[in-house]
Design a protein. Sequence first.
Length: 406
Amino acid sequence: MTGTTSTTAAGKGHTTEHAWVRTWGAAPHAPIEEFGPLPSFADTTLRQVVRISGGGNQVRLRLTNEYGTEPLIIGAAQIAFAAPDGSVRPGSDRVLTFAGKPGATVPVGAPMLSDPIELPLPALSELSISLYLPDAVKSTTCHAMGVQTSWSIPGNAVAALTLPAEATSLPLQALVSAIDVLPDGPATAIAIIGDSNTDCSGTTPDTHRRWTDRLAERLAEQNGRTAHVSNQGISGNRMLNEGLGEAVLARFDRDVLATPGLGYVVIAIGLGDIGVSYPPQDGSGPSDDFLAMFPGAPVTADDLIAGYVQLVARARARGVRVYGATLTPYEGDEIFTPEGERVRRAVNEWIRTNGAFDAVLDFDAVWRDPAHPARIQDGLHAGDHLHGSDAGCRVLGDSIDLTLFR
């Protein structure tokens, strides 16, 4: 294995003590018609399982109706420690309230925080979140391809300890965009923004094998001040133009800079911009319907560099440290072209040498095949030469220098 993360500067991000810190996130976006219709959820309970990163003594939920077309009605909500197969650990369930009430109406285009509840949470706890939706949800704010199963259950089943036979599995997350905790000591949040290689859509579902999960595991093994991880990757996302989800330049303030307890930002975006800008022209690449999902003019290396400069400046204005990840190889994927590869290498050279970032996570060096640097090493991709496998994401998580977050 070649390559490790490299550091261009050392230092500390913000530390917050006895203040809210984000411990889990799933960047919200509008429903994607090309992925098929979502259920309306009328008179339905939506149950989801998430694994937090760092722990705390109190917890609150962030609901989202940011892409809804009508107010979102929450009839009841509970949180509990998760058990296998969609069950919950008996005795661990807690009722969630909103301004002291068991239900809530989330306005169109808005998020909503639950009331804090006392629930001591060890690091890496798996939580079950159940929302009863009495009325139809006509435009579901969601996070597709999040490698985590959810379930739709008829009626109000928020208190059900096990899934009934009529429960239906859903390969997405919806209506919940974040979990915050109140630690009992110093803590800080790491917000990581990117595309499918941050979302880690090539990993095994329901196993927490994303590289951000591995980073959280390694951080949880440390003693003393803790760092919590918020994954804000969206599969199909781009930096400069809307694709699947709003462009990173558009969503950066909401998904990253507004993170409670923010101390560090990791930017891992740009490969999608390159891929759809330089697709094969001989008919061997993706379909016209696929490319139509990604509007906007082709981008150059200079365009991407200007985007990074903007993101770094906005992060620095918050007084946090900002790290850049190099763009990983993709030869062998259907969207690869030599033109795109030249842009990728030019961008990576700038990331490594310009000094714009406080540190560089050299993911390209970790993944690339030494004998064929435009390709990912066999065994590290998910069979498509683009996305990381379980093993590939693990080596990325293991390559990160943890002293960057002290």
